[in-house]
Design a binder for this molecule. Structure first.
Ligand SMILES: [Zn+2]
Length: 203
């Protein structure tokens, strides 16, 4: 999607009124410099395929009062460069790790098989970075967490780390669907090709 010339995305909740209140109230901070963000128009319309049907929306843009950079506010039901809702993608990943093939998953979710295969391949390719990132998130959210044991192949371990980070988030910050937590923590970058920002991102 339009990333404003490569400026960092900020992931916010999908409830538009709440985001608007946070933005106008100066409660959102710049992903580049942690300065205060203010309203700065909207990005172009996009369509997100949600389980409940297509959602047409225009992401809010914000401008930092510190560094003057502009940022697109992406809802946490999305991932970068993916048209399907993160919860649908997450269900596909969970089913595949549990042993289901991509064609069966695609038929069940009503998504093209090639799309599902693309998600699963990217998740597998990013698995080591995903596992490391969400393990760091989990420890940051819950410093008393015990060691996370390796549980098998790359994708299995990556999904396990996501689960642990999700539980740590809920205990610390309150209930939220785990795949929306994934979007928020990874800044939408779970399935990006270049994982350098995830690999180095501290939380
Ligand atoms: Zn800034």
């Amino acid at each position: 999607m339009d990333a404003g010339g490569g400026t960092p995305m900020l992931i916010v909740c999908a409830e538009v009124a709440l985001v608007e209140a946070e933005l106008v109230g100066g409660l959102l901070s710049c992903p580049s410099c942690r300065g205060v963000l203010g309203p700065w128009g909207h990005a172009r319309e996009r369509v997100t395929r949600r389980g409940s049907g297509d959602w047409r929306w225009r992401p809010r843009r914000a401008r930092c009062r510190g560094c003057r950079g502009t940022h697109v506010l992406l809802a946490d039901v999305c991932l970068l460069r993916r048209q399907d809702e993160v919860e649908v993608i997450g269900r596909a990943v969970e089913a595949h790790v549990a042993g289901e093939g991509h064609r069966a998953i695609a038929a069940r979710l009503g998504v093209p098989a090639g799309t599902v295969r693309g998600w699963l391949r990217r998740f597998a390719a990013n698995a080591e970075v995903i596992r490391g990132f969400f393990t760091r998130c989990a420890v940051a959210l819950d410093p008393e967490l015990g060691p996370i044991m390796p549980a098998g192949s790359g994708a299995v371990e990556a999904l396990e780390a996501i689960g642990v980070a999700g539980r740590a988030w809920v205990l610390r910050l309150g209930s939220r669907p785990v795949w929306r937590i994934v979007s928020r923590l990874s800044a939408g970058g779970l399935l990006v090709r270049n994982t350098s920002s995830l690999a180095t991102r501290a939380w």
